[in-house]
Ligand binder design. Sequence first.
Ligand SMILES: Nc1ncnc2c1ncn2[C@@H]1O[C@H](COP(=O)(O)OP(=O)(O)O)[C@@H](O)[C@H]1O
Ligand SMILES: [Mg+2]
Length: 238
Amino acid sequence: MLNVQGLTAGYGVPVLHGLAMHIGEGEAVAVVGANGAGKTTAVRCLAGLVRPMSGRIEMDGLDITAVPGHRRCEYGIAMVLENRNLFTELSIMDNLRLAERAGRRVRHGGTRFTMDEVLGLFDVVRERAQARVGLLSGGQQQMVAIARALLLQPRLLVMDELTTGLAPKVVKEILAVLNRLRDRGMSILLVEQSVAVASEMTDRAYVLSVGRVVHEIPKGGWPAMLSDKSLTKAYLHG
Ligand SMILES: Nc1ncnc2c1ncn2[C@@H]1O[C@H](COP(=O)(O)OP(=O)(O)O)[C@@H](O)[C@H]1O
Ligand SMILES: [Mg+2]
């Protein structure tokens, strides 16, 4: 489904050096790495917010490297960015309606999410639908960001530091919803500093260090990875 080859990108100077990764249909894959490893830069490339210096991003075999960010949902990819990028002056409902409208134009064979379904994922999103997003807690905003991304009708959901800084109870609620999405066949790319969260939610992972994939955790390889303290110490700061 998603295929990234030789991605070099940065801010004047490269911070990602030839990143390669792929995500298959229905897979949940993590990119883990310490702070500053280049994870968010990789997500920004996928989102069309950072233009790669070289390399290629393909979705279902189509080259989307030069497709502008606002059109990437048409290829079945939606993001929950690190800063969430919600319209904080608008209500939850208004934020969701904007995405719903954009999502209507998306034509692909994936399952479609209705507004009602998305409102039903998190109680608080439905209960506070008329509340201004700026008044919500971080966890609640994250739920709105997920709901909004789903209304773009993705088959691949990319999430950057989804659970960082959130209370354990909120993290649990969000992960439960992600598990339900997985059951529906959603592909997931989870970019995480937390190996605990990544191991709970994904089948396999890429370990990123200073802009390079230094290790791959294969399917079924999480337990070995979690007990290998040298790897954790070297690349993930404990
Ligand atoms: N807007 C920016 N301008 C310049 N350098 C940046 C910018 N954003 C990130 N960087 C640098 O790029 C490197 C990778 O950052 P980032 O992709 O945010 O890593 P991560 O998400 O893994 O913490 C870091 O050294 C960071 O300082
Ligand atoms: Mg980051």
